[in-house]
Design a protein around this ligand. Structure first.
Ligand code: SAM
Length: 276
């Protein structure tokens, strides 16, 4: 028989929040328990408070990592949010290149924060390869980070189900993927452009590896955080970003009532945030 009362839910929910920024409202209680139970069963543990004690006392955080792997929502696909990508391609990137050329700066740094299985940073890689004239003259860094260890591993493999390519234009499919049965293998020319790391947006030490970033994609991540966690992440992004850098959030996300640190810019195809 499962022992999982409101108190156990709150203990576990707050622990997860403190560790990852993810916040589960009471309305998500069932979703939360279903996933927690799957982990508890593997440990032969049927008491929520006992599981909480196991998590707390595990200094290696192995069980926490496994739990986060099942609690995170990892839905993603290539070329997600086309209008925003058009804004990146037609407005942000050209502005960035003009400015950098004038400054004699050949470094371009991009960060996909909460990259899941890699479709987002790889999309960025493909766009850069297609739209950056004389790409070899630039020193480009594209980093993808995620708290979910399984997703980071999948990203590094670069092999995808057709579902991940549902919004991928035909010419990109043909040029950058090889079909292997019902899977699509991304070509090395794009794979090599992106470095993946397991990273927690709530950990200052993980973020400290990033600096002078020109553009941060953090899309469909903050919707799972509460205001306090969002504020912490946004401040960290601001500190990590180069001046005149851009922050791109998911289409349903905004910094309204969260932070005024970035300037909201209305581009032709999308709203973006900007560090002045
Ligand atoms: C819905 S996916 C978004 C993927 C991609 N950015 C997109 O828009 O398609 C959200 C991702 O955020 C990651 N995530 C959640 N909390 C995180 C944290 N504290 N640090 C890093 N990544 C986190 C999840 O593991 C998940 O892969």
């Amino acid at each position: 028989m499962w022992l999982q009362d409101q108190h156990a839910f709150e203990l576990l929910r707050d622990f997860i929040w403190e560790k990852s920024g993810l916040y589960f409202e009471s309305t998500k209680r069932q979703y939360f328990w279903r996933r927690v139970q799957n982990r508890m069963r593997l440990l032969d543990c049927f008491d929520g408070k006992e599981y909480y004690r196991i998590l707390r006392s595990d200094t290696s955080e192995t069980e926490l990592r496994e739990l986060l792997n099942v609690l995170t929502t990892t839905e993603t696909y290539f070329f997600r949010n086309e209008p925003q990508l058009r804004a990146f391609q037609e407005e942000i990137l050209p502005e960035m290149l003009r400015r950098k050329r004038a400054q004699g700066d050949c470094y371009l740094r991009f960060w996909s924060a909460g990259c899941s299985s890699g479709e987002e940073p790889y999309t960025l890689g493909m766009i850069l390869r297609e739209h950056l004239p004389q790409i070899e003259q630039w020193n480009i860094t594209v980093v993808g980070t995620d708290i979910n260890t399984r997703m980071v591993q999948k990203a590094q493999e670069g092999v995808y189900h057709v579902r991940s390519l549902r919004e991928t234009p035909d010419r990109y499919r043909a040029k950058y993927f090889t079909v292997e049965g019902d899977q699509y293998r991304l070509h090395d020319v794009i794979k090599k452009m992106v470095t993946f790391r397991v990273g927690n947006l709530m950990h200052a030490e993980d973020a400290s590896l990033m600096h002078n970033v020109d553009c941060i994609f953090c899309r469909n991540v903050l919707i799972y955080f509460n205001v306090e966690s969002c504020q912490k992440v946004i401040t960290m992004f601001y500190e990590t970003m180069a001046t005149q850098g851009y922050l791109l959030l998911g289409h349903s996300e905004s910094l309204y009532r969260i932070s005024a640190i970035f300037k909201l810019m209305k581009l032709k195809h999308s709203l973006v945030y900007y560090k002045e």
